[in-house]
Write a protein of this length. Sequence first.
Length: 506
Amino acid sequence: MSVNFSKIGVVGAGAMGRGIAQIAAQAGSQVLVLDSFDGAAERAKEALVAQWQKLHEKGKLDEATRDALIARVHPVSSMQQLADCDLVIEAIVEDLGVKRALFKDLEAVVAPGATLATNTSSLSVTAIAAVMAHPQRMAGFHFFNPVPLMKVVEVIAGFKTDPAICDRLAGYAVQMGHSAVRANDTPGFIVNHAGRGFGTEALRIVGEGVTDFATIDRILKDQAGFRLGPFELMDLTALDVSHPVMESIYRQYYDEPRFRPSVITAQRLAAGALGRKTGEGFYRYVDGVMQQAAEPPVPVIDATPAVWVSPRAARRADLLKLIHALGAQLESGATPSSAALIVVAPLGFDVTTVAAVERLDATRTIGIDLMIEDAATKRRVIATNPATRRDMRDTAHALFSRDSKPVSVIRDSGGFVTQRVIGTIVNIAADMCQQRVCSPPDLETAVKLGLGYPQGPLAMGNLYGPTNMLEVLFNLQTVYGDPRYRPSPWLRRRGALGLSLLHEEE
């Protein structure tokens, strides 16, 4: 396939601009790099030369290819030098006024047939293009850092963008070695929109005093297969990046409860505890290494009472087999005996609600999260309620640890941890499809490549069951009375009809 754009301009020589210049050169384009800071464009080329030289020394790049790549990158000092570019990509500061001024000036310099693109991550493409005489020639072309490794780019159509412009940009992204996903011009586009649930729901759980940061990270990695927990991720991206994005998307959606930020990150941002780069965030870092406290030890108990399992427990048959395999005596009566450990396994509800509705002795009742099949997890999570006796909590902890699988003990929470976070992720993704932000396949691709989730959010919902997702969300809404948890119509309809969440209407 021939290169769509033989000569491109990159305005902005920071890490993002440098990364775009790198993959554009590797795609065969001549690349002109412009930056308003003296020497920045030259330093960007020097960094690329050093990188390509290292690859050559390691035998990953032959001499001719290295020299050809170096020859394609040209630092320039004025906007006029971009006049004959086929495409100009802006990668400068996230400031609407600054970007608007740039595009207004660019439009007067480049040829009428040239394409203009913004790498904005949080601003409206339509708003940026509004000052242009020909806004149809401008689109969003949003890459992620580090650009050469993050193999996805969002192609965003503004209100007046010519569809042919998006087609050309998408084709060029493929030649750069990236997957192009299409999005309408909505706050957060695809990746930053879909990623809201992971961090904000985890922050909400901490804010309720359910458990601590490290425990939530362990649970979501070991139960649901995330590569990083939400607090590890926020430390990596840094709160001066992630918190403003939370606030921006929340405000741009006119205070939509699903995207509500947390005072926890606001306070930490104000304190300068930004994460790994400052040596302190949700974790402390010594020489760049995260410091993490050891998990609480498993209690030692003298004897295990008989165990009674609620007839309404999720995966009840599997739970009974598990308890039997762990060596505990099971009670089969319609009600528990006066000394039994009572185990419930709700979806969405908290342990308190189940104990009250089923008229169980709350002092002996604990909950276990079985939304995900036990054999598919590396950790079990049990929850107490405010009345649970310490000896019953310790007994349950010791019992469910007998096969050496780690157990996290948390305070009462509707939906434990995993149910809440996954339910929120799936619900936001479903509503993105409802709003026609993007197609379901593009949503899945963008999230897997842009966020590194174990599955796309719709596939995640299918894996754990659309009806289970609905039950979790309806019950969370009952427990908390918060419209944050109201199920998206996309999810409700597909769950009710037993359809895949990836199913689109004809």
